[in-house]
Design a protein. Structure first.
Length: 295
C-alpha cells in the first residue's frame, strides 16, 4: 500500500466504507484475518481523514451509512464498532471546523459543479480526479490533466505516493496546531519538568495504531514514530531549521503526517506571542513555553 493516499481516496470515493459495514451480515462466516482487515481498513480511512480530499468522501459515506440503517448492524461486533466510532468522531470533528470546502466537485476548473447525486466518475488512470461529465473530463485533460495524470501514474508504478496537495497540507497543518492548543497543559507540564535548553520542541505523530495522533513534547529524533525509516531525512531537515536560526525564537513542531507506506515529517514553527515580545524578564525559552500556554 505504498500508494496509500490515492488508493484510499479512490476506495472511499467508490464506497469502501459502506461496503465494509455491509459485510457485517456475513461477519460470522468470515475468517479471523478478514475481520482484522476490516478493522485495519477503517483505521486507514480514519488516519487519512486529516486530508480534505478524503474527508469529503468520508462525510458522505458516514451520512449514507446512517441513512441506510447500516450503523446499527455493527454494534454487536466490538472491534469493528470501536474502529467505526473512532472514525466517525474524527470525521465529525474535522468536518465541522469549517476550514475546508467539503463538497465533492468536478475537477474541471471551469466547471466545479457539486456532485449532489453521487454520480461523478473518477479518472481511470490516476484515480485522483473526478468529473460531472465526459465533456468536462476531456476539457480538463487538454487543459493540463494529461501531464499531471502521467506523472501521478508513473509515481504509482514506482510505488511512490503522490505529493500532498497544498489544500490537504494546509488543513492538516491547522489540525496539528489545534491539537497542540487542545493538549497544551500536558505539553507545558513536560517542558517545565525537563526544561529545554534552547528551544521547546513538540512532535505529533499520526499512524495506523493511533489515527488521532500521538503527541510528544520533545524532538522527533528522540522519539521516532513507528515504521519510521528515514532518520537521515529528519536530521537534514532539523539541521536546516537550525541553520536558518528558526529554533532561536520559535516553538518547533514536528508533524509526522500519513503519506504512502511510511509517512512524511514536516516541521512547522510558532513565533513568540506578541503579548510577550517585550517582556525582558523572561528568557526566550520561557517566552516560547508561555506562547503555547496562551494558545
Ligand atoms: Zn488522471
Ligand atoms: Zn464538470
Amino acid at each position: 500500500m505504498a500508494d496509500g493516499f490515492a488508493w484510499t481516496t479512490h476506495a472511499a470515493h467508490i464506497g469502501l466504507l459502506p461496503a465494509l459495514v455491509r459485510t457485517e451480515s456475513w461477519a460470522a462466516e468470515l475468517p479471523d484475518d478478514a475481520q482484522a482487515t476490516r478493522v485495519s481498513l477503517i483505521r486507514l480511512l480514519a488516519l487519512y481523514s486529516m486530508y480534505p480530499s478524503l474527508l469529503r468522501h468520508l462525510v458522505r459515506s458516514t451520512r449514507r451509512i446512517l441513512e441506510l440503517g447500516l450503523r446499527d448492524t455493527i454494534q454487536d461486533n466490538p472491534p469493528v464498532w470501536t474502529a467505526y466510532l473512532e472514525l466517525e468522531a474524527l470525521v465529525t470533528e474535522r468536518s465541522s471546523s469549517g476550514e475546508a470546502d467539503l463538497e465533492i466537485r468536478c475537477y474541471n476548473p471551469t466547471c466545479r459543479k457539486v456532485d449532489t447525486q453521487n454520480s461523478f466518475s473518477s479518472c481511470s488512470s490516476c484515480f485522483t480526479t473526478s468529473y460531472c461529465s465526459a465533456e468536462c473530463q476531456k476539457e480538463h485533460w487538454k487543459s493540463g490533466h494529461k501531464v499531471e495524470c502521467k506523472a501521478l501514474k508513473s509515481l504509482r508504478l514506482e510505488g511512490k505516493a503522490p505529493p500532498v496537495s497544498a489544500e490537504d497540507y494546509g488543513f492538516a497543518t491547522k489540525l496539528v496546531i489545534d491539537e497542540i492548543g487542545r493538549r497544551k497543559e500536558e505539553i507545558v507540564r513536560v517542558w517545565r519538568e525537563d526544561k529545554p535548553a534552547r528551544t521547546p520542541v513538540v512532535s505529533l505523530n499520526f499512524f495506523l495504531d493511533d489515527p488521532r495522533g500521538v503527541l510528544v513534547a520533545g524532538s522527533p529524533s528522540k522519539y521516532p514514530p513507528q515504521g519510521y525509516s528515514e532518520f537521515r531525512q529528519v536530521r537534514e531537515m532539523w539541521e536546516d531549521v537550525i541553520s536558518q536560526d528558526i529554533h532561536r525564537e520559535h516553538v518547533i513542531v514536528g508533524a509526522y503526517l500519513p503519506h504512502g507506506s511510511t509517512g512524511k515529517l514536516h516541521f512547522l514553527w510558532l513565533g513568540i506571542d506578541d503579548r510577550l515580545a517585550n517582556d525582558d524578564s523572561l528568557s526566550v525559552v520561557e517566552k516560547l513555553v508561555k506562547t503555547v500556554e496562551l494558545m
